[in-house]
Design a protein around this ligand. Structure first.
Ligand SMILES: Cc1cc2nc3c(=O)[nH]c(=O)nc-3n(C[C@H](O)[C@H](O)[C@H](O)COP(=O)(O)OP(=O)(O)OC[C@H]3O[C@@H](n4cnc5c(N)ncnc54)[C@H](O)[C@@H]3O)c2cc1C
Ligand SMILES: NC(=O)c1ccc[n+]([C@@H]2O[C@H](COP(=O)([O-])OP(=O)(O)OC[C@H]3O[C@@H](n4cnc5c(N)ncnc54)[C@H](OP(=O)(O)O)[C@@H]3O)[C@@H](O)[C@H]2O)c1
Length: 440
């Protein structure tokens, strides 16, 4: 959606743009934000894409992800709170894409099966299945932008004895809501955002007890009663998990919050990004362009503090590379640039440095395009305050409000505290009767 908007924006300002076509395997756009109740396979028999669930609220302040050229004020015409639920964020990204009239460039229910590169002709051959009409199309393109995300193919580790566990074992990708865990003792494997959010969701929805098992280190929040952290699981015997510190516990259900694989089943090895979920994946010049073949680009392939506005910065940069507005250095210069940033990334020692690294990365991209520069240092500050809010109270951080760096508008406090809010619909969220005044 960012790439489509980027090309449209150039066209609107008089540039000649190439023919652009977007293949989307689902019936609608929005990617992760396009919620489905389904797990496993979708209505077309394709792997379900979204990993989102009922009652998913933004886990970072919206002021950190706001588009610089389509603000929340412009979309909602009034201040809203800093942590909207999924439906409201979908509405925002959909509103921007609708406004730029790019929907006719998208071929919905078209799944990309194969992308091949012909070295002689320097062209891509793309094989696409039209899922509704059962027609296979083969098209030729000069450039390919991979925007398929990297939080859809579960990373599923083996755990000794897990096959003896009598309860249900799922991956976070299949989690659709915490209501089902009411009264249960839940074991979450992993120590990052999915474990944290599914953990406190389950607590909110009445789980009897939640244990999160970390690999690298504890998340270290002041968990409420009934939620705790343990180190790695040594083994599972029936319903009992034993942890490497010798402690053990009995559980009713297990959710593997063990992250995702960068997996692009439509790409051959020579074009396939392989990376852990980090801030500077190898092989991508400026974090987007496949160095071994700069006609191929990836958007959003890195781990994400910044999201929507980073995708924009990347999309504008890739657009300008394709339009020839930004010069593509030769392979050696690209490799040296990548080394510099990779070394810088290796020196990142903590979360604050990681946020600053990603802010600098975005600044570097925006400086080369006409995407509106915004106060990235202020967004870094917001992220650090957000982290402090979470440290202070993991159950109330979503009740805090921030000021937009794009418009200066102060967010309102949501009419209901997050812990008490059981309705995540757009209607309920925007209910004027219950919306509190701006706290500015
Ligand atoms: C559980 C969860 C919660 C999150 N919460 C937040 C949050 O609170 N705030 C935030 O800022 N970010 C959040 N994120 C991060 C999220 O990844 C980004 O916000 C954003 O959705 C990434 O956009 P994307 O376009 O890169 O990928 P996606 O949103 O994953 O979209 C990729 C699209 O590619 C399509 N596709 C995939 N394969 C094919 C194919 N072969 N052919 C055709 N189409 C294909 C998919 O159908 C999908 O529409 C969350 C992520 C997850 C997993
Ligand atoms: N809006 C929301 O509330 C919300 C909710 C959920 C997720 N999200 C988003 O979803 C994205 C993905 O988050 P994520 O937490 O699923 O993935 P992630 O951030 O990549 O974290 C994966 C976790 O799994 C652990 N892990 C991996 N292999 C393991 C193994 N073999 N044994 C034990 N632990 C293992 C990792 O441990 P190490 O640290 O040791 O590597 C890490 O803690 C993020 O962008 C996040 O913001 C948002």
């Amino acid at each position: 959606m960012a790439a489509l908007r980027a090309f449209k924006s150039a066209e609107n300002s008089g540039a000649e743009i190439p023919d652009v076509v977007c293949f989307e395997k689902q019936d609608d756009w929005g990617g992760q934000w396009n919620f489905t109740w389904r797990t496993g396979t979708d209505g077309y028999g394709e792997p379900v894409h979204s990993s989102m669930y009922r009652n998913l609220w933004s886990n970072g302040p919206k002021e950190a992800l706001e588009f610089a050229e389509y603000t929340f004020d412009e979309h909602f015409n009034r201040p809203i709170s800093s942590y909207p639920p999924r439906e409201v964020l979908w509405d925002y990204i959909n509103g921007r894409a609708q406004q730029s009239e790019v929907k006719d460039l998208v071929r919905f229910a078209h799944v990309v099966r194969r992308v091949e590169f012909d070295d002689q002709r320097r062209k891509f051959t793309v094989t696409v299945d039209d899922l509704r009409n059962h027609v296979t199309e083969v098209r030729v393109f000069d450039q390919v932008i991979v925007s398929t995300g990297h939080f859809s193919f579960p990373n599923v580790p083996d755990i000794t004895g897990i096959e003896s566990f009598p309860g249900e074992v799922i991956h976070a990708h299949e989690f659709r809501g915490a209501e089902r865990f009411a009264g249960q003792r839940l074991l979450l494997v992993g120590g990052s955002y999915s474990a944290e959010d599914i953990g406190i969701q389950s607590h909110k929805m009445g789980a009897r007890h939640v244990t999160m098992s970390y690999r690298s280190g504890p998340q270290g929040f002041a968990w409420p009663d009934g939620v705790d952290e343990k180190p790695q699981i040594e083994r599972i015997d029936g319903s009992v998990a034993t942890f490497v510190d010798g402690s053990s516990g009995e559980f009713d259900a297990v959710v593997l919050c063990t992250g995702y694989l960068h997996h692009y089943p439509f790409l051959p090895d020579s074009l396939h990004l392989r990376s852990p979920n980090n801030l500077y994946p190898n092989d991508l010049y400026r974090g987007v362009t496949w160095n071994a073949n700069p006609q191929l680009h990836y958007l959003g392939a890195q781990d994400q503090w910044f999201t929507f506005n980073m995708f924009d910065a990347q999309a504008w940069f890739v657009r300008d590379l394709i339009l020839g507005r930004v010069e593509l250095p030769d392979a050696d210069a690209r490799a040296s640039h990548m080394r510099q940033w990779s070394d810088r990334y290796q020196a990142v020692a903590d979360d604050a440095a990681a946020v600053r690294f990603q802010a600098d990365y975005i600044r570097d991209l925006i400086e080369q395009t006409d995407y509106p520069m915004f106060d990235l240092d202020e967004v870094v500050r917001i992220f650090l305050e957000w982290k402090a809010d979470k440290k202070q109270n993991i159950l109330t951080y979503r009740d805090q409000a921030y000021r937009s760096v794009m418009t200066g508008t102060m967010a309102v406090v949501h009419h209901t505290r997050w812990i008490d809010e059981l309705d995540d619909s757009r209607e309920r969220y925007l209910d004027a009767q219950t919306t509190a005044d701006s706290v500015s």
